[in-house]
Design a protein around this ligand. Structure first.
Ligand code: PRP
Length: 178
């Protein structure tokens, strides 16, 4: 199998956009404290960059949920593998994702968190693939909307590889001819 990578979003483009998103959050939550909740694992790079441009008081926590197979996608069955370490009642929560695809994962997470009565609950995603949506989820903060390509880098993986790339790249896989 040969894998080729083509840059879709450069490190510089990403840095500028992350700064803009952080500026929006700084404005929207001026004078308040936020709890940033990263959804493992893909969000870790974006979250690390985003929080360094926030100038409001910030706490950070993480959640991990099971990815679903084809059978569970339609039913929206997702399980919590790692929960938050703190209650979120009356807190301003911003869920940070690397990408929204079908929306299944995020819809589940938002349902779980909403039941815990936060003061506010927002979504900040680095990438959005609106053409793939199966359930209604609209991010409050969105880095880039992209077409339906398989992308890697900046936290996103292909078979657990490429999360460390500084750019977002389209990955093309080709069977080697013999
Ligand atoms: C990805 C991504 C989202 C989810 C989006 O996670 O981080 O959580 O899939 O897909 P959806 O909108 O169709 O639910 P993944 O399961 O690849 O795990 P990872 O972040 O650990 O790579």
């Amino acid at each position: 199998m040969t894998e080729t990578l083509e840059v879709l979003l450069s490190e510089e483009q990403i840095r500028e956009r992350v700064k803009e998103l952080a500026a929006q959050i700084n404005r929207d939550f001026a004078g308040a404290e936020v709890l940033v909740v990263g959804i493992l694992k893909g969000s870790f790079v974006f979250l690390a960059d985003l929080v360094r441009y926030l100038d409001i008081p910030v706490k950070v926590d993480f959640m991990d949920v099971s990815s679903y197979g084809m059978t569970t996608e339609s039913s929206g069955e997702v399980r919590i593998l790692k929960d938050l370490e703190q209650p979120i009642e009356r807190k301003n929560v911003i869920v940070v994702e690397d990408i929204i695809d079908s929306g299944t994962t995020l819809k589940f997470i938002l349902g779980v968190l909403q039941r815990r009565r936060p003061r506010s609950l927002k979504v900040c995603t680095f990438l959005d693939k609106p053409s793939r949506r199966r359930v209604l989820v609209i991010p409050d903060y969105n880095g880039f909307s992209i077409p339906d390509h398989f992308v890697v880098g900046y936290g996103l993986d292909y078979a657990e590889q490429y999360r460390n790339l500084p750019d977002i790249c389209i990955i093309n896989t080709e069977q080697d001819s013999e």
